[in-house]
Write a protein that binds this ligand. Structure first.
Ligand SMILES: [Zn+2]
Ligand SMILES: [Zn+2]
Length: 441
C-alpha cells in the first residue's frame, strides 16, 4: 500500500485519500507535454496499489507529437529537475524517459468486452491568484508552478481515475474482459489523445468513457448532485499559426517598393470573422493573436496570426476550412505578400452513443449523490477525447463523454477555478457501476 494512500492521510470527513491526491496534483500543475511530476506520481501510486502500468513511449506514439509541441532535450532535463525537486520519484521519471503519459490495463484473463477510459492530466497556462478567501490558497494547495493552474478540473479527473483503478482491484475477480485506463497528457494543447490512438491502444476497445467536471445541460451549468450521461455537440478544433511575408521599405521615400504583411494580416483577421455560419450546425472562427512589424517608420515585412476554427460535423469543418484558406489566399494576394502556416492538427468532432449513455444513466441511478440526471449534456467546445471515442466507434464500438456536475468558484478555464470535491467520489462510484454492467460475469 502506498504511503500516499493510507487512511492516516485522511483529514476530516470529506478529506478522503482521492481528495488528498487531487489537491497534491493541484499544487503541482503541469501544462501539455510537461507532465513529468504528474505522470511519475500517478505511476508510483498505481504501482504501489499493485497495478501493472505502462509509461511514456509505451503509452504515447512519439512521432505523433507535432514539432511545435516537442520539448528540446535541454527543456526535458530542466523539467525533470523541477519535477524531482517537487517530489517526483527518480525511478518513475527515468521510466518515462522524457515522455509523459501513464496507462493501466486491468486484464481479467477471461474473454469479454474491452473498455477504454480517458483521464486528462494537464493544466492550463495561467497564474492562480494568491488571495485569502480562495480555498486553494487558504488550505495550502495553491499552484506553486508559475503560469500553470488546474483550471479545467483535470486534477479531479486524474484523482477519479486513480480511485477507479483502486476499486477495480477489489472487484476484478467478478469481471470479464479488459479495462484500460489512460492518463493522457496534453488535452489542452495538442496531440495528446491522438498520440495514444496512434499507438494502437484504442484499436481493440469496444466501449469508451471519458468524464469532465462542470459541463452544462439544458443551457445551465451542471451543479453538484447532477450528471449528464453524454454529450453530442463536440466541435472539431483546428489551430494554425499563419505567417505572412512581405517586404520592408521606407513608408514615405519608397512606399511603392514595400509589401505590407501587417495589412494583409489585418485584412485576413477581419474577414476570417466574417465567414458565414452554416445552416446545418455550429461553426466558430477566432483570431486570437496577431503580431506584426518592426518599427513605426517601416512598412511591416512580417506578420503572424494565431487562428482556430471549429465545426460541429465533418462537412461543416470542411466548409469552414475552405473559407479560411480562401480568406488567407485573398488577403495575401491583395497585398502582394506570401504566407505559410504551422498546423497543430485537428481534434475531431464527436458524438456520444445513446447505448453507452443508457449504461451511464443506469449507473448514475445507483449513486445517491446524483439527484438530477440529465440524459444529454453539452460540451460547449472541444475535447480530444472525441478522437478516442471516434476511433472506438469506427470499429463498431460505443462511447460516451459524461458531464459530472459540481459547484465551482468560477467557470472552467478561469484561473480561479475550484470545485466541490464530493464529485470525485460520486464519479468513481458511477464508473465502477458502469464497468460492472459492461464487464460483469
Ligand atoms: Zn479545458
Ligand atoms: Zn478539460
Amino acid at each position: 500500500m502506498s504511503k500516499f494512500l493510507t487512511d492516516d492521510d485522511m483529514r476530516g470527513e470529506k478529506m478522503n485519500k482521492y481528495v488528498k491526491i487531487r489537491r497534491e496534483l493541484h499544487k503541482y500543475p503541469e501544462c501539455g507535454w510537461h507532465e513529468y511530476r504528474t505522470s511519475a506520481r500517478i505511476a508510483e501510486i498505481l504501482e504501489n496499489m499493485g497495478h501493472e502500468i505502462l509509461m511514456g513511449a509505451d503509452v504515447v506514439n512519439e512521432s505523433s507529437i507535432g514539432k511545435p509541441e516537442k520539448l528540446s532535450l535541454e527543456d526535458i532535463k530542466k523539467e525533470e529537475e523541477r519535477a524531482l525537486a517537487q517530489g517526483a520519484n527518480r525511478e518513475y521519471l527515468d521510466r518515462l524517459n522524457g515522455l509523459p503519459g501513464v496507462m493501466v490495463i486491468v486484464d481479467t484473463k477471461i474473454p469479454g468486452p474491452i473498455t477504454g477510459m480517458r483521464f486528462d492530466i494537464d493544466s492550463l497556462p495561467y497564474q492562480e491568484p494568491s488571495k485569502e478567501g480562495y480555498r486553494p490558497f487558504d488550505e495550502g494547495y495553491i499552484s506553486v508552478n508559475k503560469s500553470a493552474v488546474h483550471a479545467c478540473g483535470h486534477d479531479g479527473h486524474t484523482a477519479m481515475g486513480i480511485g477507479i483503478a483502486e476499486k477495480l482491484l477489489d472487484i476484478k475477480d467478478n469481471l470479464k474482459g479488459k479495462i484500460k485506463l489512460f492518463f493522457q497528457p496534453a488535452e489542452e494543447t495538442f496531440y495528446g489523445a491522438q498520440s495514444i490512438v496512434d499507438k494502437g491502444h484504442l484499436d481493440d476497445c469496444d466501449h469508451f468513457i471519458a468524464l469532465h467536471l462542470a459541463l452544462s445541460a439544458e443551457n445551465v451549468s451542471l451543479r453538484s448532485n447532477t450528471i449528464a450521461c453524454g454529450c453530442k455537440d463536440f466541435l472539431s478544433d483546428r489551430q494554425l499559426d499563419v505567417n505572412f511575408y512581405g517586404k520592408a521599405a521606407h513608408p514615405c521615400g519608397a512606399s511603392q517598393e514595400g509589401k505590407n504583411a501587417l495589412l494583409a494580416a489585418c485584412s485576413a483577421a477581419l474577414n476570417l470573422h466574417c465567414i458565414a455560419a452554416h445552416e446545418k450546425g455550429l461553426s466558430r472562427v477566432n483570431v486570437g493573436e496577431i503580431h506584426a512589424g518592426v518599427a513605426a517608420n517601416t512598412i511591416a515585412p512580417n506578420a503572424m496570426l494565431r487562428i482556430e476554427y471549429r465545426g460541429q460535423t465533418p462537412d461543416i469543418s470542411k466548409y469552414v476550412e475552405e473559407r479560411v484558406f480562401q480568406v488567407l489566399d485573398g488577403s495575401a494576394k491583395a497585398y502582394d505578400v506570401t504566407y505559410d502556416y504551422v498546423d497543430y492538427g485537428e481534434v475531431s468532432a464527436g458524438k456520444s452513443d445513446d447505448k453507452m449513455m443508457e449504461i451511464i444513466q443506469r449507473a448514475a441511478q445507483k449513486v445517491p449523490w446524483f439527484r438530477k440526471i440529465y440524459f444529454e449534456g453539452n460540451v460547449g467546445g472541444s475535447d480530444d477525447a472525441a478522437v478516442m471515442m471516434t476511433k472506438v466507434q469506427s470499429n463498431g464500438g460505443i462511447g460516451s463523454y459524461v458531464g459530472i456536475g459540481t459547484d465551482t468558484t468560477n467557470t472552467l478555464h478561469n484561473p480561479e477555478f475550484d470545485f466541490d470535491e464530493n464529485a470525485i467520489g460520486a464519479a468513481i462510484q458511477l464508473c465502477i457501476n458502469a464497468l460492472q454492467e459492461i464487464h460483469g460475469k
